[in-house]
Design a binder for this molecule. Structure first.
Ligand SMILES: [Zn+2]
Ligand SMILES: [Zn+2]
Length: 165
């Protein structure tokens, strides 16, 4: 079994908001879409899908940012760090920005990458599965299973991108 070193704590840039994760991620992702690039001020965003019951805000005040739509993007109310997202209609998990964790090891390496159709030409990730947009909804179950299998085989909760043959 992988040792996920749970629980793991994390926080925003200023430290006002603190979070705790006590469940392993279901899937880790990088997204090259235009919205993620803008909100993360970077070439792509990183996400770790955490089961909702394993994710806790332990301190601080959050505000809604991003598009203020049905998908809720949560930011620290003081330093305005984008911390996590609750996607529309998917209450069973939270998409945590894994770099919020004090120790992001194993949570940050993307297993899949999405929206490669709009990625910057030089941007590449260690993802094992790449999708031009989002994977079809029915593909997620298999991806979650594949992620669980690969992470169970490796130590420390780290899958080994590129080591599959
Ligand atoms: Zn903050
Ligand atoms: Zn995106």
């Amino acid at each position: 079994m992988a040792d996920w070193k749970l629980p793991r704590d994390g926080g925003c840039r200023c430290g006002q908001v603190r979070i705790r994760v006590d469940a392993p991620p279901l899937l880790t992702m990088a997204c090259h879409c235009d919205g993620c690039r803008r909100m993360s001020s970077s070439a792509f965003s990183l996400s770790a899908a955490i089961p909702s019951e394993g994710f806790h805000v332990t301190q601080g005040e959050l505000v809604i940012g991003g598009l203020h739509g049905a998908t809720r993007h949560y930011f620290c109310g003081r330093c305005l760090t984008w911390m996590f997202t609750r996607p529309e209609g998917m209450d069973m998990f939270v998409n945590l920005r894994p770099t919020m964790l004090d120790d992001a090891e194993g949570f940050a390496a993307p297993f899949i990458e999405t929206y490669t159709s709009t990625k910057l030409p030089w941007a590449s990730t260690a993802a094992i599965h790449s999708f031009e947009t989002f994977p079809p909804f029915e593909a997620y179950e298999g991806l979650v299973r594949d992620f669980a299998t690969r992470t169970a085989l490796s130590s420390g909760g780290n899958h080994q991108p590129g080591s599959q043959t």
